[in-house]
Each structure stands twice: as structure tokens, then as C-alpha cells.
Design a binder for this molecule. Structure first.
Ligand SMILES: [Zn+2]
Length: 421
């Protein structure tokens, strides 16, 4: 669809989404009334910018159903996320919401190179987390045969990938790498499997990590994005051009704002991704503050899709570390670590308070066969490259093989030992 037609469709759908929120969610109506807005008057992006933000804390504060625009009797599914801090948030879907989700996930998988008839090995966690069922329904909608594996039991996953002939693998990138490692230990070469397409998401990952995964699994790896508050996986996904994630603008409206001033940033500049849902019935979200830092581009993609692209997510503003005045995301350090000689792509950042300053120690793992006598020199080399490429002075601790915990789903990249304030 030409971008002008897409924009017209967005604003038509936006008005009905605002109307749904106004009619059925008292919190949204009150906030719009305070801001002096009625749904029918929102005709442009400038009008939309007068609509108040929604935050994750709103879901927590109105736990469980206070943000829902439909009674529980009208729902088809509920998911919940524990979040890293505090009370769970609950999200709900009508039958039509589930249907849209399956379509968008199928569209995402197709853009990544998956096709009807493929065996899709789904290692995203099933359960309250949206990853497993989101990918599952999308792969079925596409016409694939889904292996509903979930996370864990890594040796069994590898056997099933080989035996059942999966062409598509869905997993977190850190778990994909953990699978590659276990396969190598078992003497199984995943590059000899039928795998060709990897759809990896649910955590930020670097271009270096992508290259590592593609090399070790023998597939083309694309980045997928989503969050349960907006829908789940399939809000945006890369195509085979691997040049940013197409955001599905017929169902979502994307903005990028300066996280401090909330002013819109020009296209191509980094800011916080803010998403408004256009078709969600059960849980319409108005200008939801994702905390994810990224850039947008509307320049045409070589695949021909007109949907804007979200450049790879650097990290969540919640995960950003400030080390002696320098803003750092774990994925920036990852980009330095992955692929360096003699170290394995497993790492954790330990953050401590020393006096008034935050100090970060990068814990990395040596590759198998590297002598412990070499660890100190490797650590100096890593510290030097982190300093020159990220701009922070970090201590580096090289550990023997197997000492960094392996991901079974979402990787834990930061151990924050600073006193809680
Ligand atoms: Zn594309």
C-alpha cells in the first residue's frame, strides 16, 4: 500500500481505537477529557500528540482488568508478565485480537522467509509469556507444521530439529546460541540440518551476535519485536533484507520521542519508541511508552514493503547503565565481545557501586582449549576494545568454559549489585 493510503487507513482506524478507549476504559476517557480531546477530533499526528501517554505502571495500578475495554466474558485469552520489578501485568485478547495477532505473526514469518509447508521449531517459552503461543498461532496461520517445543531440554531440541527437519527456528537469540553450543558438544553439526530461517527476538541483540548465530546454525537470522502490552511478538519483524524491522502500521502507530522532553525526534534519530494500537479490541493502548530506544526510517526497503522500519533496538531505557557519565546498553558491549578471538559469546555485566561511582565488570568466558595463563592478556585486550569502541573503562574477568550461566529463554545480561535506593 502506498504510504499516503497507509496513513489514511491509520487515522481512520485510530479514531475507532480512541473511541473504543473512550467508551470502555474510564482511565483513558478521563485523561482525554483532562487534555481536552475527543476521539473524532484526532485527524493528524499533531492531534495525536495531545493524547496522554500510557505507561506500564498503568497496567499494574489497574490490575487485573482495569484497562480492559471488554468484559472478561468477551475475552478469548489472557496472558501475564511478571516483569522484572513488582506486580504482574495482565493482558487480554478477544477472538478478533487473537485472529489479528496470528495474521501479523504469519506475515512476520513470511517476511523472514518462512513458507507454508515448513516445519517450524518453536523454542519460545509457552505459557503466560506471549512468545510461545504468539509464534505458534502465526506459524499455523502461515500453513507451517509447528513443533511446540518451548524452552529447555536443549539436547532433545537438537535431536528434534535434526529428526523432524525443521526449516524455521523461533527462539531468543541467546537461547539459539546456547543450542549451538550444546549441539557442538554433542558432535551434531546444525549447519547440516534443514534449518534456513531463524526468527529471533524477545531480547536486544547485536549485529555481531547475528553473525555468530548465522555462522554456527547455518541459517539466515532475522530480528522480531513485540511486547505483551501491545500484542506480543509480531508487532514488527525484519524481512530477508535484514535492514531494520518492518513495523506493521496497519495495526499500530509508531512514534519516536525524546525520552526526557517527550518531543518528537526527527526520522533517523534515536529516541523512545511509543506505540498506539489501531485495532486492538480488548486492550486498546494509547501512546504506550515502551522504554525501548530505537530509530525509525520510512525510506523504501529493497523488499518492496512500504511499512516503516524500526532500526535494531539498542536496548531498553530501563536497562541503560550510566557508567561515569557515559550511557551504555549491554548490547553495545556485546557487539565488542562477540567474535573477539579466544572468547566465547557468553557474558554478564556486573555493576557495583564504589564510593559514589558505578563500576562495571565484564565477565566473559574463554573458548574451550584456551590456557588459563592467557586469561589476563585476553582481559586486557577486551578492556582496551571496550574503552575504544564504547567509551567506558571496565574491569574484565575471563572465566573458564561453562562458568557464565546459559540462557534458557531471556538471557540475564546485567547483575546489578548496587544498593537499592
Ligand atoms: Zn523489507
Amino acid at each position: 500500500m502506498p504510504r499516503e493510503a497507509l496513513a489514511a487507513l491509520q487515522f481512520e482506524r485510530l479514531r475507532s481505537s480512541l473511541r473504543n478507549a473512550w467508551d470502555n476504559v474510564p482511565l483513558h476517557r478521563q485523561r482525554m477529557q483532562v487534555a481536552g480531546i475527543v476521539p473524532e477530533e484526532v485527524r493528524s499526528l499533531d492531534d495525536l500528540r495531545r493524547v496522554p501517554f500510557t505507561f506500564k505502571s498503568d497496567l499494574r495500578d489497574h490490575y487485573p482488568y482495569g484497562m480492559f475495554a471488554r468484559p472478561v466474558s468477551g475475552l478469548a485469552r489472557l496472558h501475564a508478565s511478571s516483569g522484572t520489578t513488582g506486580k504482574a501485568t495482565v493482558v487480554g485478547y478477544t477472538r478478533a485480537d487473537i485472529d489479528n495477532w496470528a495474521n501479523l505473526m504469519a506475515r512476520s514469518l513470511h517476511g523472514a522467509g518462512a513458507r507454508a509447508g515448513d516445519v517450524v521449531h518453536n523454542a519460545y517459552g509457552y505459557g503466560l509469556f506471549t512468545g510461545g503461543l504468539g509464534a505458534h498461532y502465526g506459524a499455523e496461520r502461515l500453513g507451517g507444521a509447528v513443533v511446540p517445543m518451548s524452552g529447555g531440554s536443549t539436547e532433545r531440541q537438537i535431536a528434534l530439529i535434526m529428526d523432524l527437519g525443521a526449516r524455521v527456528l523461533c527462539a531468543t537469540p541467546s537461547y539459539a546460541l546456547a543450542m549451538a553450543e550444546v549441539a557442538e558438544q554433542l558432535g551434531v553439526d546444525l549447519r547440516q540440518s534443514k534449518l534456513e530461517v531463524g526468527v529471533f527476538g524477545a531480547e536486544p541483540w547485536s549485529a555481531a551476535m547475528r553473525a555468530e548465530i548465522e555462522e554456527r546454525l547455518g541459517l539466515k537470522a532475522v530480528d522480531i519485536y513485540g511486547l505483551s502490552e501491545i500484542m506480543g511478538p509480531g508487532v514488527a519483524c525484519e524481512c530477508t533484507a535484514q535492514a531494520g524491522l518492518h513495523g506493521w502500521e496497519d495495526h499500530f502507530l509508531f512514534e519516536v520521542l525524546d525520552p526526557e522532553t517527550q518531543a518528537p525526534v526527527p526520522e533517523g534519530q534515536a529516541g523512545e519508541l511509543v506505540i498506539t494500537t489501531l485495532t486492538k479490541e480488548a486492550l486498546p493502548m494509547l501512546r504506550y511508552r515502551t522504554r525501548d530506544i530505537t530509530k525509525l526510517t520510512t525510506t523504501p526497503c529493497e523488499c518492496g514493503r512500504t511499512h516503516l522500519r524500526i532500526l535494531r533496538i539498542t536496548g531498553r531505557s530501563d536497562d541503560m547503565l550510566i557508567i561515569r557519565g557515559v550511557n551504555v546498553y549491554p548490547s553495545q558491549i556485546e557487539a565488542v565481545l562477540v567474535g573477539r578471538p579466544m572468547i566465547a559469546p557468553h557474558y554478564q555485566l556486573v555493576v557495583e557501586r564504589q564510593g559514589t561511582l558505578d563500576q562495571v565488570t565484564i565477565e566473559v568466558e574463554a573458548q574451550a582449549g584456551v590456557a588459563p595463563e592467557a586469561f589476563a592478556a585476553i582481559a586486557r585486550d577486551v578492556a582496551h576494545h571496550v574503552k575504544s569502541m564504547v567509551g567506558i573503562s571496565a574491569s574484565v574477568l575471563v572465566k573458564p568454559v561453562g562458568e557464565i550461566p546459559r540462557s534458557q529463554g531471556k538471557a540475564v545480561r546485567v547483575r546489578d549489585l548496587r544498593p537499592k535506593e
